[in-house]
Design a protein around this ligand. Structure first.
Ligand SMILES: *[C@@H]1O[C@H](CO)[C@@H](O)[C@H](O)[C@H]1NC(C)=O
Ligand SMILES: *[C@@H]1O[C@H](CO)[C@@H](O)[C@H](O)[C@H]1NC(C)=O
Ligand SMILES: *[C@@H]1O[C@H](CO)[C@@H](O)[C@H](O)[C@H]1NC(C)=O
Ligand SMILES: *[C@@H]1O[C@H](CO)[C@@H](O)[C@H](O)[C@H]1NC(C)=O
Length: 325
């Protein structure tokens, strides 16, 4: 579809977002550049909130759209391991929340994502916990940020949960597919980074914009994504608007911070590009993520930064989009 057709078809959707995005901070820069906002962080313990939570928020007091993120292995890979990507996104005007799913105590072995009992998909224990966590944050995060910054007077920084995107890496997308299927209006968008799910089998019957990222090496030996349950599978089950891309020459470890990446690549936990320029790769992830989230949550159309694939700082093996809703 050419751009004009896209604008015409997508316009009602955009217009709606534009109106409802009023009052939300809007990023005016190039999504591939470092954001202009200074980003702070703090941790909320599992005694206080339902799940261990890391919050990245701009220092500047304003009203921000929110990203609710969980890491790989059903949320077992700590959100801290994605610091770099989450901070980069937050610097474009988002409160980015990284949630850790740690229901067991170490040294309980991590879950086998392949063999989660069948039928545990929708309304599983994990999904319920994530929903509880989201409800807790919706109620308490604004106050918790105020407390963190010793802000006793107005104005306060507002995380606008009515402008929420869910985001996940790898099998963190398994419970997140559940919660999206359970509640169609929970989020305004889904940012699915190398998603994997053994349980996700029900096609969406509603429209929620999705940006779906895949990588070449993630499905190659030693693979961390089974091809039929990875990014293409998510793309097939999703309804429009949706975009999927497969990045050449990169793998599953590269989404992580430098230290975790080096462990992941050295132990060959997943096939990785051992010589990856992480700074360049993370700025690519930041660019497509910020462009997508600015469009869907902040109400400013920056999709050309994603759809003009020749301008991307990586090479793609595949690019598909269905924006014809
Ligand atoms: C998180 O905040 C602390 C200060 O509260 C700072 O020392 C640390 O560097 C921050 N972490 C990251 C990853 O920016
Ligand atoms: C908030 O107040 C506490 C206690 O007075 C202090 O230790 C902390 O540094 C303050 N934090 C900020 C961000 O000013
Ligand atoms: C779905 O999520 C929205 C936004 O959080 C909430 O207002 C609504 O009550 C939820 N619906 C159900 C059926 O849980
Ligand atoms: C896409 O990006 C290329 C390379 O940066 C640029 O030359 C071209 O004008 C862009 N096309 C559109 C339609 O924006």
């Amino acid at each position: 579809m050419d751009r004009l057709t896209w604008v015409v078809l997508f316009a009602p959707f955009m217009t709606k977002l534009w109106v409802t995005a009023k009052g939300i901070y809007v990023d005016n820069g190039n999504p591939f550049d470092k954001g202009t906002l200074e980003v702070l962080n703090f941790t909320i313990s599992q005694h206080e909130a339902p799940l261990l939570t890391k919050v990245y928020y701009p220092q500047k007091i304003d009203t921000y759209a929110v990203l609710f993120f969980t890491g790989g292995l059903l949320g077992w890979i700590p959100a801290e391991s994605y610091d770099d990507v989450l901070i980069r996104v937050a610097s474009h005007g988002f409160v980015a929340i990284g949630v850790n799913y740690l229901p067991y105590h170490i040294p309980t072995p991590p879950p086998d994502v392949r063999h989660r009992p069948h039928g545990e998909g929708v309304q599983s224990h994990e999904s319920k916990k994530y929903l509880e966590e989201l409800q807790w944050l919706t109620k308490h995060l604004e106050g918790r940020i105020a407390q963190q910054t010793n802000r006793t007077t107005l104005p306060r920084l507002v995380p606008a949960f009515d402008h929420l995107a869910v985001s996940c890496h790898s099998a963190g997308c398994d419970p997140f597919a559940d919660i999206i299927l359970q509640n169609h209006t929970l989020a305004k968008a889904a940012l699915l980074l190398e998603p994997f799910s053994f349980n996700f089998k029900t096609p969406l019957t509603f429209n929620m914009p999705a940006l779906i990222l895949g990588t070449e090496f993630s499905t190659e030996h030693p693979r961390c994504i089974w091809p039929n349950e990875g990014y293409d599978h998510f793309y097939d089950l999703w309804k429009c608007p949706k975009i999927v891309m497969n990045v050449k020459g990169h793998g599953h470890c590269e989404m992580l911070d430098a230290w975790m990446y080096s462990v992941c690549a050295k132990l060959q936990f997943c096939k990785a590009n051992a010589d990856a320029d992480l700074n360049k790769y993370h700025s690519f992830v930041q660019g497509i993520s910020a462009a997508f989230l600015t469009t869907t949550l902040q109400g400013r159309d920056k999709l050309q930064y994603i759809t003009n694939t020749t301008a991307l700082p990586v090479e793609l093996l595949e690019f598909k989009k269905d924006l014809d809703c």
